[in-house]
Design a protein. Structure first.
Length: 199
């Protein structure tokens, strides 16, 4: 399994920007419901999201020239490139970049999913120290069924599919290939991450 965890790749400038995003005047979030109602049935999975980059299909559909959607996009993109350079990872295209803020939305965790249909890598940068240290990211093996629909909501695959369980820590970066993964929602407080999908 391709998996890199790095706790010391961010520059002082990067950390200053991350601190700014934690202030009320720093960044705007937008309320989102899960875009997978087939898997969630009647469960309500919500989060707050700040889109840094348009996805390629959004950019084409909207007819925009730049793929940047935020004043913060370039500095967060630099965090991605810094991580990749430091860890000798090739990045030729950024497919998605967003800052996600999750909280206790009444659900324990989201369903196992992959973020893009083609081969890609994922970088998660933890932007805060969640009060709930159990708000893990869990990486599963390639044979994990995605978003299983059960009569009582979501059924999760057995633990035998679990490859890694990541404890959220501020300034940590974790990179892995396009494997199924999911997160535990915080039971209290919030969890803020920057998520990149790239080739």
């Amino acid at each position: 399994m391709f998996f890199i965890e790095d706790n010391d790749f961010l520059t002082d400038e990067h950390k200053e920007v991350i601190e700014l995003t934690q202030r009320s005047e720093g960044i705007s979030y937008f309320y989102q419901r899960s875009f997978e109602p087939l898997f969630y049935k009647d469960l309500t999975h919500t989060l707050l999201c700040h889109i840094l980059f348009y996805r390629p299909e959004q950019k084409d559909a909207m007819g925009v020239r730049s793929y940047y959607n935020s004043d913060y996009a370039k500095v967060f993109e630099d965090m991605l490139f810094t991580f990749c350079n430091r860890n000798q990872i090739t990045c030729t295209e950024v497919i998605r970049g967003a800052i996600n803020l999750t909280y206790n939305n009444g659900q324990e965790k989201c369903f196992p999913h992959v973020d893009y249909h083609e081969y890609h890598k994922q970088l998660i940068i933890y932007l805060n120290d969640p009060q709930d240290k159990e708000a893990h990211t869990v990486i599963m093996d390639k044979d994990t069924p995605l978003g299983i629909n059960g009569s009582d909501g979501i059924l999760f695959p057995p633990e035998k599919h679990e490859l890694a369980r990541i404890v959220p820590e501020k300034y940590k970066g974790v990179c892995f290939e396009n494997l199924p993964h999911y997160q535990h929602y915080p039971k209290f407080g919030d969890r803020i991450v920057c998520v990149f999908t790239f080739k």
